[in-house]
Write a protein that binds this ligand. Structure first.
Ligand code: HEC
Ligand code: HEC
Length: 288
């Protein structure tokens, strides 16, 4: 045997050992993977996360200083973040809504951590680049991290008892500061402040220089107004919980051409409790 054959044989053996090792661990990895949470969408979510989110949140979700917070952290899954963000709903929804709508106005919590840029808007519903199934896959991918902290269970906050769609019910007194925070956490600002997906809330962005707090009263006087509201506050209530009761037609893009319905989700009556609704109305009324 020449030394070439010996070297050749040794490297062949080493290569086979390594290939075998990779195959075994790969099998292990895949087995673990498929028992985990919705393996397939998790995998798609992982690829999307790597290419769109890792720059700010880190490949492993541990966060990146000055860029984005940690997501692979028990606080996100044990309810602590929900409480801090004043979000009534499930962790799953909190994550999905944040990804879809982004946080065009950076939260106090994020400002305190000195992030430079806000969380971008991703969902196409809010004018972002991703389809709903991609937002779902990302949500599943992040929820999968939570299993490590939960031993398999998905934590949920107290379910919200929605305010409903009857605008004659009496609401508790509203708090404008809390309403401002809700406008961000519920995704409203993505359509009404950051983009022109919905009618502008701020006077500076409105062609007639009216904030929504002023416009609410004027809408009631419009000859084409068909809703049931009799006061500006009620008009805002109606706009939030029953977007189709009166459709603002200033811009054809506000209406889904296929269904004739508002682009605004008609689900807020179920997502917001009476206090949250009242807080949002109080905030909108300050935007003269
Ligand atoms: C430019 C940096 C940046 C990119 C890119 C980015 N994020 Fe964020 N993300 C942030 C910042 C900053 C926050 C905190 C926002 C706030 O609270 O105002 C955040 C918040 C979040 C939160 C909520 C965390 C919490 O505890 O409130 C989730 C979930 C999230 N991002 C997921 C994603 C996903 C998924 C992607 C990719 C599709 C992504 N992010 C891309 C910067 C980024
Ligand atoms: C996906 C985009 C989108 C989101 C999210 C959204 N809206 Fe809207 N909103 C619209 C559109 C489009 C209209 C105009 C069509 C109509 O009348 O519903 C509208 C109309 C309104 C109006 C009436 C505006 C006017 O000029 O008379 C109010 C008030 C309002 N939305 C409040 C809210 C609040 C509060 C939230 C969050 C709880 C919210 N919206 C979330 C798109 C959105």
């Amino acid at each position: 045997m020449t030394w070439r054959v010996i070297v050749g044989t040794i490297s062949f053996v080493i290569t086979m050992i390594m290939l075998g090792f990779v195959a075994v661990t790969e099998q292990d990895r895949m087995a673990n993977f498929s028992v985990a949470y919705e393996a397939r969408t998790v995998e798609t979510g992982g690829a999307l996360f790597e290419s769109n989110c890792a720059t700010c949140h880190g490949l492993d979700g541990a966060g990146v200083p000055a860029k984005g917070p940690a997501l692979n952290t028990p606080e996100l899954f044990n309810g602590a973040r929900l409480t801090e963000a004043n979000f009534a709903g499930t962790v799953d929804n909190f994550i999905r809504l944040t990804i879809a709508g982004g946080r065009p106005r950076m939260s106090e919590w994020a400002r305190a951590q000195s992030f430079i840029d806000p969380m971008p808007t991703w969902g196409e519903t809010y004018g972002g680049p991703m389809r709903n199934d991609q937002v779902d896959a990302l949500t599943n991918y992040i929820m999968n991290w939570g299993l490590a902290y939960q031993g398999g269970a998905q934590p949920t906050a107290e379910p919200v008892v929605g305010v409903g769609t009857d605008i004659t019910v009496e609401l508790p007194p509203g708090d404008a500061a809390s309403g401002e925070a809700l406008a961000t956490s519920q995704g409203c600002t993505a359509c009404h402040v950051l983009s022109a997906t919905g009618p502008a809330w701020l006077a500076a962005s409105d062609p007639n220089d009216q904030g929504i707090g002023t416009r609410a009263a004027l809408r009631l006087e419009q000859p084409d107004y068909q809703g049931a509201a009799t006061t500006p506050e009620q008009y805002l209530f109606e706009s939030i919980v029953a977007p189709n009761a009166y459709l603002v037609t200033d811009n054809p893009a506000y209406i889904n051409a296929a269904t004739g319905q508002s682009i605004m989700p008609a689900t807020y009556g179920a997502l917001l409790d009476p206090q949250m609704t009242s807080d949002l109305i109080a905030y909108l009324m300050t935007l003269k």
